[in-house]
Every structure is written in structure tokens, then in C-alpha cells.
Design a protein around this ligand. Structure first.
Ligand code: AKG
Length: 336
């Protein structure tokens, strides 16, 4: 059980007026937590407008960095489709509204909660990672199958144990601009080996993208026969944020009938990579998680210089990590 002495509680976290010890305990045991209070109200409205604009741009074919219907995992440009389920690289200086998005990525209490859940003192121990927007496709129902972000479905039990024993050193979050129930998780699977039902679900290929003809598409995402018995649908209200381990077994669906604009980001921890072999499993996992998304543009000096002060040490940490790791050596986390 985590105690108050185990965690660094800053005045920003105190102001949240929630049971932080329980929050951390839930995160560690369940692999996810849901929080209110991550957005300031005026930011939510401004971000909704900004998101709408970049979604339009992407749908019009004027933003090339997108998650493409027909491809679940990077590299996304390996399929042809004019339909998208995500806008990539919200902090990219060429994207309208990137300043506002970046401000959110650097904001309190978002970054403070992430530090707290990771158990690091402050953002100096984190690296800048990914920040994208998840949206509903226009013309197809689409789904991601059950997966862990960087542990393949076909690992042996021995490999699975070894992978899970090495910490993931990162945290992911979905911050919802509108109500969102697209994510499904199996609580607790971030730290334990899968049971038979979970292994089957993990190996199952999800339904292919289905052209949307204006009919009710809710059957597409509801209960899948393959869902493990303890599957939980994550139901978020606009303004709520789910923080979760990228190791939790999860799936997601994207329905044209259900408006979605959810900010989807992650931060990684850095201190561990310097104290051990920099090519340890954990370090490679963290690096692959980021570099497989094509982040050469983040290494530009001009990008680093215009970041908010709070993100500059994190940017430098990203540069250090990327000097030690070549994307071509790391490959991609998952197929599909
Ligand atoms: O749509 C979501 O909420 C989850 C996305 C996801 O699982 C992924 O990007 O790997």
C-alpha cells in the first residue's frame, strides 16, 4: 500500500482536493484512473474550437500527419484511405493552434498528476513524447483490437513475465473534449500475465473497417464475443481525463455516429535509462513508443526554442534519448 511518505505531493496536487493516496493506489493496481479538474473551463472551450479546426484541415487533406482508417498502429501511411481516426503531432509548429495544444501538454495539473502517478519529483525527470487527437472517422466504423502498446500478443508466458517485470516508465492519458466511451480496458492486466481469455482476445484480429451508410453503427463497438469477462468500458464525460498504463490490455472503437475529439498524449521517465544499460528492455520500449511515430521534426532547434519554459528540459531529455536510439533498430511495437 502506498503511503503519504512514498509520494511527492505538491501544492498543485493538494488543490485538487482528492484522495491522492487512493488515486495512486488505484492507478498502480487497476492500471488506469479517471480524473476531473485537469482542464480549466475556458481551456476546454478554446481546445474544442482548436480541435475542430485541425480536424477540418485533416479531413480536407491539408494535414498529412494523421491516423488512417485501415491501419491500427504506426506506420500509418502504409494504407490508402481518405478517412482518418486521428490527427497526429498537435505540437508541430506547422499545425494551426499548435501553441494552444502545447500549452495544454505543459499545463498544471496535467503534468503534475503524471509526475505524481509515475512517482517522479518533477518534469525534469520526464521527456517530451507524443501528443495527438483521436477523432471519429467520417465514412467508416473502425476499431483497434485488444492490445498492449508494446508487448506483442504472441509473446510466450516467460517473455511476458520478463517484459512485465521491467517497468514501462511512462504514462498515457486521454483528455476528453466531448463525452467519450470509445476505450475498453481489462483492469489489472498492466502488471500480470494474461489468462486464457485475455490471450485469445489479444490474438483476435478486430473487425475490418466498415463503410458507414448512415445506419446505427453502435453494434460495431458494443460487446465483442471475444471480450474478456472483466472488460470495462471507460465512460468519460467532456472535461474528464483517463490516465492509464500503456501496458493495460485495451481496445478502442471509432464510430462516425459518435463525435469524438480526445487529446491523447504521453510522457516518459528518463532517470532510469542513465543509471542502467541504456539499451535495456525498458529503455528500448520507451524509445520505440515515441520514435515509431516519426518525430524527426521534434528534434529541430526551432521547435525546442519556442516551447514553454516548462517543456524545455523535457525536450532536451527527448534529444538525449533519440541520440541513443535509432528508429530503424527499434522497429515498430505492433503489427496491424
Ligand atoms: O482510442 C483510444 O482511446 C486508445 C488508442 C490506442 O489504444 C492506441 O493509440 O494504441
Amino acid at each position: 500500500m502506498t503511503t503519504r511518505q512514498d509520494v511527492q505531493i505538491t501544492s498543485i496536487l493538494e488543490k485538487l482536493d482528492i484522495d491522492l493516496i487512493k488515486l495512486k493506489h488505484d492507478y498502480e493496481t487497476q492500471g488506469y484512473v479517471i480524473m476531473d479538474g485537469i482542464f480549466a473551463e475556458q481551456d476546454l472551450k478554446a481546445l474544442q474550437k482548436a480541435a475542430h479546426e485541425v480536424v477540418q484541415l485533416t479531413r480536407q487533406g491539408n494535414w498529412p500527419h494523421r491516423r488512417i482508417v485501415g491501419k491500427q498502429f504506426p506506420p500509418f501511411d502504409k494504407v490508402q484511405s481518405n478517412d482518418s481516426w486521428g490527427v497526429q503531432h498537435l505540437m508541430h509548429p506547422d499545425l494551426p493552434n499548435h501553441t494552444l495544444f502545447t500549452k495544454f501538454y505543459a499545463s498544471s495539473p496535467l503534468l503534475d498528476v503524471a509526475c505524481f502517478l509515475l512517482g517522479v519529483q518533477d518534469e525534469q525527470q520526464l521527456q517530451l513524447e507524443l501528443f495527438n487527437l483521436l477523432i471519429e472517422p467520417e465514412k467508416h466504423s473502425f476499431a483497434l483490437g485488444w492490445h498492449r502498446d508494446d508487448v506483442r500478443a504472441d509473446v510466450t508466458q516467460e517473455e511476458e513475465k520478463t517484459r512485465l517485470a521491467a517497468p514501462t516508465h511512462g504514462i498515457q492519458w486521454n483528455a476528453c473534449l466531448y463525452d467519450d466511451d470509445c476505450l475498453f480496458v481489462v483492469p489489472g492486466t498492466h502488471t500480470r500475465i494474461r489468462d486464457e481469455a485475455e490471450r485469445k482476445a489479444n490474438a483476435e484480429i478486430p473487425p475490418a473497417a466498415k463503410p458507414f451508410k448512415g445506419e446505427d453503427d453502435s453494434g460495431f463497438d458494443g460487446d465483442w464475443e471475444i471480450d474478456p469477462p472483466t472488460t470495462l468500458r471507460v465512460r468519460l464525460k467532456a472535461g474528464q481525463t483517463a490516465f492509464y498504463s500503456q501496458r493495460i490490455l485495451h481496445r478502442a472503437s471509432y464510430l462516425p455516429s459518435r463525435h469524438r475529439a480526445t487529446l491523447h498524449g504521453c510522457y516518459g521517465e528518463v532517470g532510469y535509462a542513465n543509471s542502467q544499460d541504456e539499451h535495456s528492455t525498458s529503455a528500448s520500449e520507451r524509445a520505440r513508443n515515441v520514435l515509431q511515430h516519426g518525430v524527426e521534426w521534434m528534434k529541430e532547434d526551432a521547435f525546442g526554442q519556442q516551447l514553454p519554459e516548462r517543456l524545455k528540459p523535457m525536450w532536451k531529455n527527448l534529444l538525449v534519448m533519440s541520440e541513443k536510439n535509432r528508429p530503424e533498430d527499434l522497429g515498430y511495437s505492433l503489427d496491424g
